[in-house]
Design a protein around this ligand. Structure first.
Ligand code: GLP
Length: 636
C-alpha cells in the first residue's frame, strides 16, 4: 500500500475497498466464501455464513451458484443464518425473504434444508421474544458466524436495525422506518402493503461474527456509505457501529464510493495528482464553498483550502481561474448535435456531419424526456434525424387500475363496433377477469403485461410528439429480460444484447444518448445501460462507429455536479414548460401517493435538477439561464 493511498483514506474508519464494478467485488467475496467453505470441509467442519437479502447480494449469490455448477463448490458443510424477515409474512408470500433466499440461492445449490435458518415472520406475538432468543442460541450452538454478508439501507440500517438501534441490540422484533418502507413500496405494489414490522438480528449479533463484509452499489448508497465510514459511530446510523469490529470491510463500487472524502475532495486529505478533472473539480468546489465566482478566487483562497500544491503546479490563481472558467464556458452549447458551419474547436459536439443520425436510448418510457426532454426538442428543431429507442416496455410500473380502465374502454368500444365479440373484445374481457381474480402481490399475466405495455407506448408517443418526434421515429424494443423478469431479479441474456447491437447496426448513428452507469446494477436503467455498453464495445471496429460519439444523460437520479459535465444545454423558460408538458403525458407514472406525504413528482425533480444546475453555473460566474440539461461524454 503506497503512502499516498493511506493518506487519502485517513478519514476512513473502516477498511473500504472500491471496485470498478459490482461484479468485480462479488467475484472476490465469492472466492473468499468458497475458500472458507473448502478449508472447513477439509478439516471436516461446518462453515457458518450470515446472509442478507435485497438487491445488493444477488450478484454474489449468482457467483456462488456458478461456482457450485462449474467449479464443484459444495454447500453440504454450510450452515446459514439470514439477517431478517418481514413480520407477518408467511414463507409463501412472494416478497418474504424466505422466498427470496430460495429463489436467489438455496434452490440452486446443494445446501441441506435443515442447515438453512431464516427468521420466522409468523411467530405469534407472545412467542416472539423466546423465538428470537432461540435464534441467538442456535447461532451460538454452531460456534458463531464465520462470515457475515451485509447490505445497507438508505437509513443506514444493517439487517433491519433502523436508526435508534443500539450497539448491543440482539435478535428482536422492530418497527420499520418510513424511508425503508418507501424503498420497499415498489416490491409490495404500494406503500400501504409494506409490513410495518420485522424480525432482525441485532447490531450486537452482527458484531459477534468473526468476519464481516458490507456490500453497496450505486450512487443511491453514496451518502450513507460516506457517513458510516467517516463519521463517529452513533445509533442514528447503525452501520457506523461496524467501525468497532476488528475484521470488517466495505466492498463497494465507484458510484457508492463517490461521496467519500477521497473521491469528493481528496485535496483535503493529502497529496493529489492534479489531473485535468481533479483540477476542475477542485476549482468548482472552492468557488461553491466560498460562494465566489471562479474568476474572483484568490491565491490565498486556494492555499487556505488545502490546494497550495495546485498553485505551485498550475498557479497563480489568476491564470488558473481563467483556464477553468474557459473550460466550463465551453461546455455550454445550445447546439447539442453540433453547430453546422461553425468553428467547433471549442464546442462539445463537432459540426460535421450535419444533419446527424441520433439515437436516444431510454431504458423505460419517460426516462428520455425526464433526462433530456429539452435537448430532444432542440435536436429535432435543428434538423437532426432523431430516433428514440425504448429498451423495455415499462409495463411493470403501471398500476392495475390504469389497466382496468383501458380494458373497460376496449370492451365498450368493441361492443359499439362489433356485432359479435371479436378477438379484441375477448382480449379486453380476459384482462378484466384476470385483474379481478388477481390475488395480492401476484405477478401479472402476459396479457395484463401486454396491455400495460401498450398503455406506456401510447403515453410515450404523445409525449414525444410534443418534442417533435413522430411515431415513425420511435422504436419499442420490449427487451425480453424485462418481460420475463421482476424488479431486483433481471437477468439479461445474449438475445437481449443481440437486439441492442442489431438496432445500432441498423441505425448507424453519429450520436448516441444513453443513461449512465451510476445506478444500482440490478435497476432497469443499469441493466439497459450495460447492454448499450456491451453493444458499443462489440461495434467498436465498425467504420461508422469510429465517427460516433456517446453522451450520457441522467434521469431523476442524483444530478451531476457542475465539474462533471461535458455538455450543458441551456433550456429557456418556454422550453422548460414544454418539457414538463412532455413528462405529464406519462400519466400512469404519476405518484400514487397522496400529495401531503411531501413526495415530489418526477417532473418536479427534473425541473429542480435543471434549474439547480443553471443556478450552479450562474454561481460559478458563467451565465444565468433558466435551466440546463447536462451530458457527459463517454468513451467506449
Ligand atoms: C432491506 C434488508 C437489508 C438490506 C437493505 C438494502 O432493508 N433488510 O438487509 O441491506 O434492504 O436493500 P438493497 O440491497 O435492495 O438496496
Amino acid at each position: 500500500m503506497s503512502h499516498r493511498f493511506i493518506e487519502a483514506q485517513q478519514r476512513e474508519r473502516i477498511v473500504t475497498e472500491v471496485f470498478p464494478r459490482a461484479d468485480d467485488a462479488c467475484l472476490q467475496v465469492a472466492n473468499e466464501i468458497a475458500a472458507l467453505i473448502r478449508n472447513r470441509s477439509a478439516e471436516g467442519k461446518m462453515a457458518v455464513l450470515g446472509l442478507a437479502t435485497g438487491s445488493t447480494p444477488v450478484r454474489l449469490y449468482r457467483q456462488l451458484i456458478r461456482m457450485h455448477r462449474e467449479e464443484g463448490l459444495s454447500f453440504r458443510n454450510v450452515i446459514t443464518f439470514n439477517l431478517d424477515e418481514y413480520y407477518g409474512l408467511p414463507r409463501t408470500h412472494p416478497e418474504s425473504y424466505w422466498q427470496f433466499m430460495h429463489k436467489q440461492l438455496f434452490d440452486h445449490i446443494d445446501i441441506p434444508a435443515e442447515n438453512v435458518n431464516i427468521p420466522d415472520g409468523m411467530v405469534p406475538r407472545a412467542e416472539v421474544f423466546a423465538w428470537c432468543k432461540g435464534y441467538e442460541d442456535r447461532i451460538r450452538a454452531v460456534g458463531g458466524l464465520d462470515f457475515q454478508i451485509l447490505g445497507i439501507g438508505r437509513t443506514g440500517h444493517i439487517g433491519f436495525n433502523e436508526p435508534g438501534s443500539t450497539r448491543e441490540s440482539r435478535t428482536r422484533l422492530v418497527t420499520l422506518d418510513s424511508l425503508t418502507r418507501r424503498d420497499a413500496a415498489r416490491d409490495f405494489l404500494g406503500d400501504a402493503n409494506v409490513p410495518r414490522f420485522a424480525i432482525t438480528m441485532g447490531v450486537g449479533t452482527i458484531l459477534d461474527a468473526r468476519s464481516i463484509v458490507l456490500l453497496a452499489w450505486g450512487e443511491g448508497k453514496a451518502s450513507v456509505i460516506a457517513q458510516a465510514v467517516e463519521m463517529p459511530p452513533s445509533d442514528s446510523l447503525p452501520a457506523s457501529f461496524l467501525q468497532g469490529h476488528a475484521k470488517v470491510r466495505f466492498m463497494i463500487d465507484q458510484a457508492a464510493a463517490s461521496a467519500l472524502t477521497r473521491m469528493r475532495h481528496p485535496w483535503l486529505v493529502g497529496a493529489v495528482e492534479w489531473t485535468p478533472f481533479r483540477t476542475r473539480q477542485a476549482v468548482v468546489w472552492l468557488s461553491q464553498k466560498l460562494q465566489k465566482p471562479v474568476l474572483k478566487l484568490l491565491d490565498e483562497d486556494y492555499s487556505e483550502h488545502g490546494m497550495s500544491d495546485l498553485l505551485v503546479e498550475q498557479g497563480p490563481a489568476y491564470g488558473l481561474n481563467i483556464r477553468i472558467f474557459n473550460e466550463l464556458q465551453h461546455t455550454i452549447s445550445g447546439w447539442p448535435g453540433g453547430k453546422p458551419n461553425a468553428d467547433d474547436a471549442q464546442r462539445p459536439e463537432r459540426a460535421n456531419p450535419f444533419p446527424k443520425r441520433v439515437v436516444i436510448f431510454s431504458p423505460e418510457p419517460s426516462h428520455d424526456v425526464l433526462g433530456m426532454g429539452g435537448t430532444i426538442r432542440r435536436l429535432v428543431e435543428q434538423g437532426h434525424d432523431v430516433t428514440v429507442v425504448y429498451q423495455t416496455s415499462g409495463n411493470l410500473a403501471v398500476p392495475d387500475d390504469e389497466a382496468e380502465m383501458a380494458a373497460d374502454l376496449i370492451s365498450e368500444l368493441s361492443g359499439v363496433f362489433e356485432r359479435q365479440e371479436g378477438a379484441t373484445g375477448r382480449f379486453a374481457r380476459d384482462v378484466r377477469t384476470q385483474l379481478e381474480s388477481k390475488t395480492a402481490f401476484e405477478g401479472d399475466s402476459p396479457q395484463i403485461r401486454r396491455l400495460k405495455g401498450l398503455l406506456r407506448r401510447g403515453e410515450a408517443r404523445a409525449s414525444l410528439q410534443t418534442c417533435g418526434v413522430g411515431k415513425e421515429r420511435i422504436r419499442f424494443m420490449d427487451l425480453a429480460f424485462y418481460e420475463r423478469g421482476r424488479y431486483r431479479q433481471f437477468n439479461p441474456d445474449d438475445a437481449d444484447l443481440a437486439s441492442v447491437t442489431g438496432i445500432l447496426k441498423d441505425l448507424a448513428p453519429h450520436q448516441i444518448f444513453a443513461t449512465g452507469d451510476r445506478d444500482d446494477p440490478s435497476s432497469v436503467t443499469a441493466v439497459c445501460f450495460d447492454l448499450v455498453r456491451r453493444a458499443c464495445a462489440a461495434l467498436r471496429g465498425e467504420p461508422w462507429f469510429r465517427d460516433c460519439r456517446v453522451w450520457l444523460y441522467r434521469g431523476v437520479e442524483t444530478p451531476w455536479g457542475a465539474a462533471e459535465i461535458d455538455m450543458a444545454v441551456p433550456i429557456s423558460p418556454r422550453e422548460l414548460a414544454q418539457k414538463t408538458q412532455a413528462i405529464f403525458y406519462h400519466k400512469s407514472q404519476r405518484s400514487q401517493t397522496p400529495v401531503d406525504t411531501g413526495l415530489r413528482e418526477s417532473w418536479q425533480q427534473a425541473e429542480q435538477h435543471n434549474r439547480g444546475l443553471a443556478a450552479a453555473y450562474d454561481g460559478l460566474g458563467l451565465a444565468n439561464y433558466e435551466a440546463i440539461e447536462a451530458f457527459q461524454r463517454w468513451s467506449v
